[in-house]
Design a protein around this ligand. Structure first.
Ligand code: NI
Length: 186
């Protein structure tokens, strides 16, 4: 099942999401549907708040944005009840986009590594450090379950310049989106 993706300005995108009950029998279906929704929108990551659920779940498939000659392997995985332990490594800039903020992409500076504790889709607990593109995608999606969007990293001037575009997204005044969205002010 493909969910509509909620747009910038939807209040749930600003809420710190809650841990889920690992015994919830619907968890497996939800994760399968999140992957389906992500692939349908050509995304490399999707977090539960983006489909209107305040749950600490996100899915990623970092292989989709790796260069052909990349040395790292793509990671396709669900992260359930993820909690960050630390971010470390050199800062680096990468152009990020977001399915909730269509047609906008900006450079964001983040540390190169993230360590977090989480459960995978088989409900096995891990504490693991990720690097490279996997780390970048995880950091972006982890922010979603903390109620944070990549636009919050931009310099004030840049944010002011984007304000009109962002307001338009909130109102549903956007063209060329090939997946279903839900707009807060439409
Ligand atoms: Ni996003």
């Amino acid at each position: 099942m493909i969910y509509p993706i909620v747009a910038y300005g939807t209040p749930i995108l600003k809420v710190v999401a809650k841990d889920v009950d690992l015994k919830d029998p619907e968890l497996k279906d939800l994760i399968a549907n999140m992957f389906e929704t992500m692939y349908n929108a050509n995304g490399v990551g999707l977090a539960a708040p983006q489909i209107g659920l305040s749950k600490r779940i996100f899915v990623i498939d970092s292989g989709l944005i790796l260069e052909e000659d990349a040395e790292e392997e793509g990671i396709k995985q669900a992260f359930i009840n993820a909690h960050k332990i630390e971010e470390q490594g050199e800062l680096w800039s990468y152009t990020e986009g977001c399915l909730s903020i269509p047609n906008i992409s900006e450079d964001v500076i983040r540390p190169s590594e993230i360590t977090l504790r989480y459960f995978d889709q088989d409900l096995v607990e891990h504490e693991k450090t990720f690097t490279g593109m996997a780390a970048r995608v995880i950091q972006h999606e982890y922010d979603h379950i903390e109620g944070k969007l990549f636009t919050e990293y931009l310099k004030p001037l840049k944010r002011r310049m984007l304000k009109r575009k962002l307001n338009k997204i909130t109102k549903g005044d956007v063209k060329g989106i090939k997946y279903r969205m839900k707009f807060p002010a439409k």
